[in-house]
Ligand binder design. Structure first.
Ligand SMILES: [Zn+2]
Length: 433
């Protein structure tokens, strides 16, 4: 792919014009819209061209992106990634790989994810905080990173990737084991010491884990409660619960978690409880639609996925129908990296309105990460994270799933991708020919 990487360029004010604006709030799109950001990367205007500040003269000294009638949207979120792992590779053997090559490959995956239109990720296991710093400091170009670092699981649970005799070939970066209330608190303290933005726990077994089933329960409700309390004692860090079977989903919700990851077995009672308590659900449908491949999967994994895909589609479509608070996440690594916005199509396939799917990947996701005051919507005062895409995603949500259609990515006011040359590099300060 040829693209213009401009991560080291000086940031200037930007004016995106000749665009249809979808602002991430679910509001009706605005045809012929303008978005303006100042040189600090803060949006100062997002609305109709007719009422926009003038493009020339002293009022604007920056660069102009002519969107050419395309659609401008907020930079998307993927609330469930595993960027430290290549698609389809078993995390239990990770320690056998060359750590230098893993680092380079992880940086490549971060770049691919950004190019797909995702300007912020929440990584739920395996990604060290150094990647967050590397992005923040401009060493590499990638989405803004929130990371759980390591997953808290009980012995033999979903994230225990050790061999049956306990030998650890995973490199130790995947999980922390906890089997009592006290160990659960200790495990939280360890991941927070490592710099985690949030805490990820396993409330059930899973698809890719050899020793359990999705309906098996993970951490006990009292252990989950201890994890949540420990997070409360450290500034209220969010807790994401891997939870597939309904019994574990209920334990997690009663234990006070922020989000249910996967939620495949979610029944009416769980949906109701999640609604009452404001719990988010991140359905990771990409693992069901794009993560099943008999050729590359372990037989136990393939068999579980096939058995659960029908259950998932039924329960998640009911959650969509009942207005469950859904945020977009893919579980990338289980499904291919860099195709994150395919998830929008899967949500729509299960009955979600295309505009609601966009909101799930923008405003609602920003709410889940606790950053909705800065990110997820295009409005004055927000950070200039935006993408320009071909076509009309409301008529065909699938256009966003192909990174080739995401022709421009702006992050924090920096132009990170511009495959169509929308930003003429030679344009002098705001004056258009
Ligand atoms: Zn996951």
């Amino acid at each position: 792919m040829t693209d213009a990487t401009t991560s080291q360029t000086t940031r200037t004010a930007l004016r995106v014009e000749n665009a249809t604006l979808i602002d991430g709030t679910g509001a009706t799109p605005i045809a012929d819209a303008v978005v303006i950001a100042d040189a600090e990367g803060t949006i100062t205007y997002a609305g109709p061209a007719a009422t926009a500040p003038p493009a020339s003269g002293d009022a604007f000294t920056g660069r102009v992106i002519d969107a050419g009638g395309r659609t401008v949207l907020p930079g998307f979120f993927d609330c469930h990634t595993h960027l430290a792992y290549a698609h389809g590779t078993p995390p239990g053997r990770r320690g056998e790989l060359d750590p230098v090559l893993v680092t380079y490959d992880t940086a490549t995956r971060l770049r691919q994810t950004l190019d797909a239109g995702v300007t912020t990720v929440r990584d739920l296991g395996g990604l060290a905080t150094g990647y967050r710093t590397a992005v923040e400091t401009g060493r590499i170009t990638g989405p803004r990173v929130h990371t759980a670092v390591r997953i808290i699981s009980h012995t033999g649970g979903h994230a225990d990737v050790r061999l049956p005799d306990g030998t650890d070939l995973s490199g130790g970066e995947m999980s922390v084991l906890a089997d009592t209330v006290d160990e659960a608190r200790l495990a939280v303290r360890k991941v927070l010491r490592a710099g985690a933005d949030l805490v990820k726990i396993c409330a059930t077994g899973g698809m890719g884990s050899p020793y359990d089933q999705p309906d098996d329960e993970g951490l006990l409700e009292e252990e989950i409660r201890a994890v949540v309390d420990e997070c409360r004692r450290h500034g209220g860090k969010p807790v994401a619960a891997h939870a597939q079977g309904n019994a574990g989903i209920l334990n997690a919700i009663r234990g006070g978690v922020t989000s249910i990851e996967h939620g495949y077995g979610l029944d009416d009672r769980a949906r109701e409880m999640a609604g009452e308590r404001g719990v988010f659900v991140v359905p990771t449908l990409s693992t069901v639609y794009a993560g099943i491949d008999k050729a590359t999967m372990e037989p136990y994994h393939y068999e579980k996925k096939v058995r659960w895909s029908g259950i998932t589609k039924e329960n998640i479509s009911r959650a969509i129908e009942q207005g469950t608070r859904i945020a977009l996440g893919t579980d990338a690594a289980v499904c291919p990296h860099g195709q994150n916005l395919m998830e929008l199509s899967y949500l729509v396939d299960l009955g979600m309105d295309p505009m609601d799917a966009i909101v799930a990947g923008t405003r609602t996701a920003a709410e889940l990460l606790g950053v909705a005051d800065r990110l997820g919507t295009l409005a004055p005062g927000r950070v200039a994270d935006l993408i320009v895409c071909e076509g009309d995603p409301l008529a065909d949500i699938g256009v966003l799933g192909d990174p080739a259609n995401v022709v421009c990515v702006v992050q924090d006011g920096h132009v990170r991708k511009d495959t169509k040359g929308l930003l003429p590099s030679a344009t002098p300060a705001g004056r258009r020919p």
